[in-house]
Design a protein around this ligand. Sequence first.
Ligand code: PAF
Length: 306
Amino acid sequence: MTTETPSTPVVIDEPTVARDWVKRENRAGRRVALVPTMGALHEGHLALVRRGREVADSVVVSIFVNPTQFGPDEDLDRYPRTMDEDLRLLRREGAAAVFAPTASQMYRAGASATVSPPRVAEPLEGICRPDHFRGVCTVVLKLFQILPASVAIFGQKDYQQARVIADMIADFDLDISLDLLPTVRDPDGLALSSRNRYLAPADRQRALSLARALDAAESWTRRHGLDPTAIETEMRRVLGDGGVDAIDYATVVDPLTLLPLVPPAGQLGDSPHSAGGDQSAEPAGAVALIAAHVAGTRLIDNRRLP
Ligand code: PAF
């Protein structure tokens, strides 16, 4: 039996060198998958890398704590940076390359162009974090340019982010396909997040109420049908009982547009219809999304409802 020892991924910080690396892979007939991250990697990220290895020949992981997507009062300075451990994990998972630029390598002095995000960026996070998706779209478009991979792999924990990126790809005819993976959770249900590192054990218990509220939303829907107002009340009750400090939103919306569901008259609780969006392309059902604060940490989670 031969045991394959994964080799250390090549670490690149210069955008031009990174682009050449991807082009060389493509010229050699190797399909490249891109996994964009801000580092502080956990099992959720590693699942994306594993998926990349399934759907492509080489995986490049970007690690960049993007300053333009953080608001002035957010956690840019304290966001966990764990590069040595990240590289160890990526070596274990067989990533071929890591793109880890500094802020000045990513944004040239005086850079002023930004991406105006698609409409799906406007509700929810768009209200709570006004410039967040402008920063995300700008950096993700830059990453797609610097690392011209065939497929980009994201997690569905950032549900709205995934919708925003999907629409940006469609609106700009970008030559990259999107692969979205389900949220990875701890055995007790807590959605994995780099920000979970901020939580002391007692806070972590309170953070579990997000997953519990989504469980409640799902079982409420199975028992009574899709009544957004009632489900939102139920989620807020569970979050309150669980001891979260503040709720930014706990809502049930259309899974494509993220706008409120508008049931046709007389069908409340029967079959959901939604406002806006391309009705022909619309997946059935709804999505429940939560953003809440626990001990100064802002957590998000979501669940597709039947
Ligand atoms: O999801 C993230 O970690 C970030 O928003 C991303 C997509 C890497 C852009 O900075």
